[in-house]
Design a protein around this ligand. Structure first.
Ligand code: CP3
Length: 343
């Protein structure tokens, strides 16, 4: 019998009370995070400081007793390792040197700087040593497509149009970048798993902006390859996919990619998920971060709704996307109380 409820669910054994963690659970809605963040210097300095990164990884576990800790880092550590300039402007999000054309894509280096990844592995080892036995440790990376969208645009945009246009105009050069990201992300995930991560999540925040043929080519296929590569080295690796906004394509994503579980957003259609997704793999989700922010009766109802929709199958309770910095702590407490009282 495993002692970590999340690993039970990933093995498709439903738990009486679904285990719970929140995407972006270490972050600005926590005063203890803001304090560490202030003395860490830049955001990337915090990510590459194992002592402080381990501390902020553990903060939400201590405060809320979540069933998983997710290692504190960022998906843009990968372009940083590929020698792209990555900066985080306060209040503005990430800024990278954009990649404007085929020549820029073709000049991308294939060899990632392992020195950028080393502190993340050290953070994994430190957190692992301090974590209670029943709490799972999750590593992660961005999916090749989502990381590519930031590398091309140099920042977040409403619809990641720059990457979509470049992928239409220069499919071969774009495919080269995606391949580099598949190879680099393989090494990065294997490194996190070898350092002690119990499972890893692949964040594809921008999967939902693609038409079906492009979704297949730039989201499913690179994710499938990445998972195949990781399992060549670690055959039983537990991998959670998060193709945000995939909607009606979720069953195809699950079937082809080889994920052990899929994280769904709040727009997912419950009967589709039950009949064509949760019958194959564990499901994670899918509270709307805005109902968590709003609180009150709407929040209680939304929690009950998720339990009704997905609670009888393998379920990891989570948000449908990251927690918002303005979220009151009391609403997180209300959610956990409701969830844990339900059975
Ligand atoms: O979940 C966790 O607690 C682990 C840490 C984590 C961060 N980013 C820390 C972070 C994880 C898993 C991520 C993933 C990530 N990063 C994604 C995929 C998931 C998603 O939310 O869509 C993406 C697209 C990024 C890129 C990124 N990093 C953006 C767009 C931003 C700016 C937006 C924002 O919230 O500020 C970041 C910055 C970032 N990453 C912060 C944190 C805690 C805030 C920066 C700060 O503290 O100053």
């Amino acid at each position: 019998m495993q002692t970590k409820p999340i690993l039970e669910v990933l093995a498709r054994r439903p738990q009486p009370t679904p285990p719970v963690w929140f995407m972006r659970q270490a972050g600005r809605y926590l005063s203890e995070y803001r304090q560490v963040r202030e003395r860490a210097g830049g955001f990337l300095d915090l990510c590459s400081n194992p002592e402080l990164a381990a501390e902020v990884t553990l903060q939400p576990i201590r405060r809320f007793g979540f069933d998983a800790a997710i290692i504190f880092s960022d998906i843009l550590v990968v372009p940083h390792a590929l020698k792209r300039t990555v900066r985080f402007e306060v209040g503005e999000g990430p800024r990278l040197d954009p990649l404007a054309d085929a020549a820029a894509l073709n000049s991308l280096t294939e060899s990632a700087d392992d020195a950028v990844f080393a502190p993340v592995y050290e953070t994994v080892r430190r957190v692992k040593a301090q974590l209670p036995d029943n709490v799972a440790l999750l590593g992660f990376c961005g999916a090749p497509w989502t990381v590519a969208t930031y590398m091309v645009a140099g920042q977040g945009t409403p619809d990641q149009a720059p990457a979509r246009i470049l992928a239409y105009r220069e499919p071969e050069a774009f495919a080269r970048m995606i391949e580099i990201l598949v190879e680099t992300s393989t090494r990065y995930l294997v490194g996190q798993l070898k350092a002690g991560a119990d499972a890893v999540q692949i964040f594809d925040t921008w999967a939902g902006v693609l038409p079906p043929a492009q979704f297949e080519r730039w989201c499913i296929e690179p994710t499938r390859k990445l998972i195949e590569n990781v399992r060549r080295e670690i055959p039983d690796a537990k991998i959670i996919g998060f193709p945000r906004g995939a909607g009606a394509s979720l069953p195809t994503f699950v079937e082809r990619s080889g994920v052990s579980a899929v994280s769904i957003d709040w727009t997912a259609e419950p009967s589709l998920i039950r009949d064509k997704v949760q019958n194959r793999v564990a499901v994670q989700g899918n509270l709307d971060p805005l109902v968590l922010l709003a609180g009150g009766r709407a929040l209680d109802e939304a929690v009950d709704n998720i339990l009704e929709n997905f609670g009888s199958g393998p379920l990891i309770f989570n948000l449908g996307h990251g927690i918002l910095p303005q979220t009151p702590i009391t609403h997180v407490e209300q959610t956990l109380k409701r969830l844990r009282a339900a059975r």
